[in-house]
Design a protein around this ligand. Structure first.
Ligand SMILES: Nc1nc2c(ncn2[C@@H]2O[C@H](COP(=O)(O)OP(=O)(O)OP(=O)(O)O)[C@@H](O)[C@H]2O)c(=O)[nH]1
Length: 299
């Protein structure tokens, strides 16, 4: 109903619904598992391509063809909502004829019916929001200068790996890597050249490793390398190779002007993460003490 004479107001709910950037729906699932959308109306780009007539008759096929793990995820959300009469809140990727799938958010309230459950709800295309979340997640996990994982990401990764190692008894080693006399390097060649050394060191170190290994920047001129399924002896060999490679690499200031010291440690089944890091840190301190450009581990 018009509220004033200046703003044109849509005359009916139907014309309003066709213009909203999403769909409102009723979804019905019988006790024997048949699923369909008796009502599905609205707009929005991603949902333009769905076959509404087909969904009115049978929604099972569309749900079964969802990408990756979305099918089991959405089915368990439906199951949980039906069993406990809780709101259905989930998101899934809807295949799109051109380009990447679109992310769709679903929010619906269940009502019990004699032969099944009916949900009344909305679906919205949230692809832009998901892309923004992904961008922010990357940003919060990445060191901006080198593009390497930062300390935050490293700690999450290490927590996961140490729990796997404890559970399966598999080896895991780490290297604490520190550039020698980096302050002098900055003073002599300038801060920008110092930055460039950090960037090149990141690239070079990654090239020497397997894809399941991780190099992270802890801050300043300090890095950590994480080597899953690697015992200390193998880690030592790799650390030596890395140390040699860096000492013989020309970072744009002549070879031999950048060297690194490395402290290594192997995870002891069940020990706290901090104690593993502390041992590698103490070993690095030892490497600095005995003259730098070397690899050390605690006895
Ligand atoms: N160019 C550049 N320098 C940095 C960055 N972060 C930290 N630094 C510098 O790295 C230097 C680290 O100096 P120190 O901690 O004294 O260590 P060092 O000179 O490498 O000496 P040792 O570790 O004992 O061999 C400091 O001068 C910091 O200003 C960065 O992102 N870029």
């Amino acid at each position: 109903m018009p509220v004033n004479n200046i703003v044109p107001v849509l005359q009916s709910a139907d014309s309003l619904i066709s213009r909203i950037p999403g769909v409102i729906f009723q979804f019905y699932r019988t006790h024997c598992g048949r699923m369909h959308f008796p009502y599905l109306e609205g707009g929005g780009e991603a949902l333009v391509h769905i076959d509404r007539q087909q969904l009115a008759h049978d929604a099972g096929q569309l749900i079964e063809h969802l990408t990756g793990c979305d099918y089991p995820k959405i089915m368990s959300s439906i199951e949980r909502s039906a069993r406990w009469m809780l709101p259905l809140t989930t998101r899934f990727r809807l295949p799109f004829p051109k380009g990447n799938p679109h992310w769709i958010a679903v929010s619906a309230n269940p009502s019990p019916l004699p032969n099944g459950v009916r949900w009344d709800g909305i679906m919205m295309d949230i692809s832009d929001q998901v892309a923004e979340e992904e961008r922010l997640r990357k940003l919060s996990n990445t060191d901006p200068l080198t593009g390497l994982p930062n300390r935050r990401k490293l700690m999450m990764h290490l927590t996961h790996l140490t729990s796997l190692s404890t559970r399966h008894g598999t080896p895991l080693s780490i290297m604490m890597v520190d550039i020698d006399h980096f302050k002098q390097l900055n003073d002599r060649w300038g801060h920008l050249q110092g930055d460039s050394v950090l960037e090149q060191l990141a690239v070079h170190t990654q090239k020497l490793l397997r894809c399941e290994d991780m190099v992270a920047r802890l801050g300043g001129e300090e890095f950590m390398v994480v080597l899953p399924l690697t015992p200390l002896q193998q880690c030592h060999k790799l650390a030596d190779r890395l140390r040699h490679a860096i000492a013989n690499y020309d970072f744009g200031i002549g070879t031999g002007n950048v060297t690194i010291s490395i402290g290594i440690a192997e995870f002891r089944c069940g020990e706290p993460l901090v104690s593993l890091i502390k041992r590698a840190d103490q070993a690095l301190y030892g490497a600095k003490e005995i003259g730098r450009d070397c690899v050390c581990h605690l006895p």
